[in-house]
Ligand binder design. Structure first.
Ligand SMILES: Cc1ncc(COP(=O)(O)O)c(CNc2co[nH]c2=O)c1O
Length: 421
């Protein structure tokens, strides 16, 4: 991979300090930072061709429409969608993308006696959404077990996926465990039973090569802000024939073909699912983020993240008071490590790390059922991206030492939560 030191030149924010300490940004599984090559797109757009898309007959609207459609084509290429823009719906984020499928397919198609299968490691964006669809349609929700090492129990998957399964919804990569799930194998299993497959790609598309057709996903969702892109833009990939048959989720302008007082007919995908004025600049900037990552190379991104995660695990495991979660060291994982330090609540630890300029995430990472399964109330997560270095992992480890030294102070302070005791 390009030397992270040079990559860092593209991210001026990484030069800032936090309370007088140099920033060490290790919260990339939540949101990545944005390179100048991406946010410059906003200035160019608003200075040169800002206009509403698709409905104007004037030059600016034409230019904006072309750029917005080309952004869809670019994202289709980035995830291997050979159907092009008709298979790429721009949403607000990955959460909206899963809700689009839940309302457009689940609420329309599920019936009592059907079931939807998710996994114990799912993010709330999927898990809660499919729970609600099951509750409102009378379908059953089933959970594929996660084993002690953070792998999906594939034998259990074969038990719970059956001929009444209408949808399998699975994270490609866990945002807590770093597990890379065998999505293509799971898709084979689901398709053998006539079920559709929704892949939550929020932690995979930004971090590794993803080919939706190799996965044989019927749907795949991800967010721009996790792949060096802006917030406010997400993507739902859908197989063309599936999107053509699926009901819209939001109604209004752009998504219609013809409207009378008696009713309306729908536009073709993706516009059928993009009601109203879309996030135009965000979509164009997302395409620039795809260009930026492809310049580095997604294989190189995945390898760099895995190297940092393995190094972090090795450093964390040097102490006997640290519990590290997820697949064992040495097994490929995405660029994140979740852990706890005995006797230090995650929020206290995160606060102590912040005092040293180190940004990590503490809590349940929107996976409360998974943390229940792990029998812990929460965890601290360090997550890496293209600009992070081993020196930053060392800074994290050194700061943990600092937390341990203050552990007694923390225990005595009102900031201590005895939930870890
Ligand atoms: C696996 C997974 N799915 C879906 C989402 C939702 O993405 P959004 O719609 O862009 O918010 C996230 C965000 N995960 C996290 C957001 O902050 N910390 C996280 O781990 C995620 O990690």
């Amino acid at each position: 991979m390009a030397d992270p030191a040079h990559v860092r030149d593209d991210f001026p924010i990484l030069d800032r300090e936090v309370d007088g300490e140099p920033l060490v940004y290790l919260d990339n599984a939540a949101t990545t930072q944005t390179p100048t090559q991406v946010y410059d797109v906003f200035r160019e757009y608003y200075e040169e061709y800002n206009a509403n898309v698709h409905r104007g007959i004037h030059g600016l609207s034409h230019e904006a429409s072309i750029a917005y459609e080309e952004a869809h084509e670019r994202i289709a290429e980035f995830v291997g969608a050979s159907g092009g823009l008709e298979e790429i719906v721009f949403t607000k984020n990955a959460t909206e993308a899963v809700n689009l499928v839940a309302y457009g397919f689940g609420m329309e198609e599920f019936e009592p006696g059907d079931n939807v299968v998710v996994t114990e490691m799912e993010h709330h964006a999927s898990l809660v959404t499919w729970q609600q669809v099951a509750r409102r349609t009378g379908a059953e929700i089933r959970y594929v077990r996660v084993d002690e090492e953070g792998h999906l129990d594939m034998e259990h998957a074969a038990e719970v996926i059956d001929d009444d399964t209408r949808m399998l919804s699975v994270a490609h990569v866990s945002n807590v465990l770093g597990t890379v799930n065998p999505v293509a194998d799971l898709a084979d299993l689901a398709h053998d039973h006539g079920a559709l497959v929704f892949v939550d790609g929020a932690q995979s598309v930004p971090n590794r090569p993803v080919d939706v057709e190799a996965l044989d996903a019927d749907f795949l969702a991800f967010s721009g802000h996790k792949m060096a892109g802006p917030t406010g833009i997400g993507v739902l990939y859908g197989k063309r024939h599936v999107l053509e048959e699926m009901e819209p989720f939001l109604y209004g302008g752009e998504m219609i073909r013809h409207v009378t007082f008696e009713g309306a007919t729908w536009n073709r995908p993706p516009w059928k699912f993009e009601a109203g004025t879309p996030p135009i600049a965000e979509g164009i900037a997302l395409a620039a983020a795809a260009d930026y990552l492809d310049e580095i190379g997604m294989d190189a991104v995945a390898a760099h993240e895995n190297d940092l995660a393995q190094y972090a695990m090795r450093r964390l495991e040097e102490r006997d008071d640290v519990a590290v979660y997820g697949v064992p060291r040495g097994e490929e994982r995405s660029g994140l490590v979740s852990f706890n330090v005995d006797g230090v609540h995650g929020h206290d630890l995160s606060s102590v790390l912040n005092d040293r300029g180190i940004a990590v995430r503490a809590g349940d990472h929107c996976t409360q059922p998974l943390h229940d399964r792990l029998e812990i109330p929460g965890s601290v997560r360090a997550s890496f991206y293209v600009y992070n270095t081993e020196r930053e992992v060392d800074a994290l480890i050194d700061a943990l030492e600092n937390a341990r030294q203050h552990r007694d102070d923390l225990v005595a302070s009102d900031r201590f939560h005895d939930r870890f005791a």
